[in-house]
Design a protein around this ligand. Structure first.
Ligand code: NAD
Ligand code: ZN
Length: 356
């Protein structure tokens, strides 16, 4: 199965299926065959878990560059090491890089590809659930000590090959974290789909492919309309304004991104009860789903509102001291609403009261 992504620079396919890696290469045959040299960029854990599967399903000669994994792959130092590697290997503009890993590997590899000789082709082969999100949309980046994802470029891959067989070795916590973005995509899109999703338990089963494909469709539709975040792309921040504040207050890494986003989604739903037509029952049902799937919502009690407020006010979306929140008019219908910090404090108190 395949989802088309259209952007100004480039149109490309996102192939999705289980154990279709070998077939998918045939579909992107030209891109692969035309390359004068193929490089696989991955991280230690992904390579340890999936090297043999990759080699079994990829029939071309390649050289591999291994990042340490997670956020420590997205540093200036690793960026430079990767560029040095490409130079030493005499990579040219006709070479191809394959990003084989999660969002971190996709982000740093995409930025290396965007900037090596002013841009060489790359293909994403995502290995996490979260990467159904990060592999689509063309955002690439590394981190600066003063801010996450602060150095980067918009740069589209030639193709995305999402073989969900690769997800089978993903740690449970990464499954949980990635599913938060799938749930977000459902809230942005469709009530029926959301209901199905919230009724299922989180497992790597064939029905997951369907959810991931729908998630990719939602993301692809939004970024096709607004590549550079001038308009509708900001809807993708649903749950993220408050979620990012929680993530930052915890210290990056202490809560998985998706774990913080689930708390952010609860906040968004409570806010949507006031400004939209979301019922309190909907919110409570979502909280039940989160608890059933072991999201540590109660972590919120470790971070008092005043601490979150500092981070909220630093959000990129703050204008003249007013916070802009994406919330839901109804499920599938996001809107942007200006909220004062005092309103946030009231909703924050409601959130703390329903999560014990
Ligand atoms: P990740 O790439 O760090 O992967 C999470 C962990 O799982 C890592 O330790 C990795 O080694 C391991 N792993 C990955 N796949 C595995 C597999 N199949 N089997 C075993 N272990 C595996 O993280 P992620 O959650 O995929 O992505 C998070 C990153 O994505 C962040 O850096 C975030 O900034 C970025 N992101 C980017 C965008 C975008 O639009 N570009 C969007 C959202 C998030
Ligand atoms: Zn996110």
């Amino acid at each position: 199965e395949c989802v088309q992504v259209t952007t100004k620079d480039q149109n490309y396919d996102v192939f999705i299926g289980t154990e279709m890696l070998a077939e998918a290469w045939i579909l992107c045959d030209n891109k692969v065959k035309q390359a004068d040299h193929i490089f696989v960029f991955t991280d230690q854990s992904v390579w340890a878990a999936q090297q043999s599967y990759f080699e079994k399903n990829f029939d071309y000669p390649f050289d591999v560059f291994i990042f340490p994994g997670g956020e420590s792959s997205k540093t200036f130092e690793q960026y430079e090491l990767a560029q040095t590697f490409l130079l030493q290997q005499n990579a040219t503009r006709q070479s191809l890089i394959i990003a084989f890993g999660g969002g971190a590997i996709g982000d740093v590899t995409g930025f290396v590809a965007a900037t090596y000789m002013r841009g060489i082709p790359f293909i994403q082969v995502p290995t996490t659930i979260l990467a159904h999100d990060s592999a689509v949309g063309g955002k690439t980046a590394i981190n600066h000590s003063l801010g996450k994802n602060m150095i980067g470029a918009f740069y589209q891959p030639q193709a995305v090959i999402y073989d969900t067989h690769l997800l089978k070795t993903l740690p449970t916590r990464e499954v949980r974290s990635g599913m938060a973005e799938v749930v977000k995509h459902a809230y942005l899109s469709d009530e029926q789909w959301l209901a199905t999703l919230l009724h299922e338990s989180q497992q790597i089963t064939p029905s997951l492919n369907h959810h991931l494909k729908r998630g990719i469709e939602v993301k692809a539709a939004i970024v096709s309309q607004d590549e550079t975040e001038q308009s509708v792309r900001k809807y993708l921040n649903l749950g993220h304004t408050y979620g990012h504040a929680v993530e930052a207050a915890a210290g990056y890494g202490k809560l998985a991104h998706g774990e913080a986003i689930m708390i952010g989604l609860v906040f968004t739903l409570l806010l949507s009860e006031t400004y939209g037509d979301i019922s309190h029952e909907d919110t409570l049902q979502f909280v039940q789903y989160a608890l059933r799937n072991d999201y540590p919502l109660d972590a919120i009690h470790d971070y008092p509102f005043d601490q979150l407020a500092n981070y909220l006010m630093k959000d990129k979306k703050v204008e003249y001291g007013e916070l802009k929140f994406v919330l839901l008019k109804v499920i599938g219908q996001p809107i942007v609403q200006t909220i004062t910090l005092e309103e946030c404090r009231i909703v924050d108190a409601k959130l703390r009261a329903i999560i014990r």
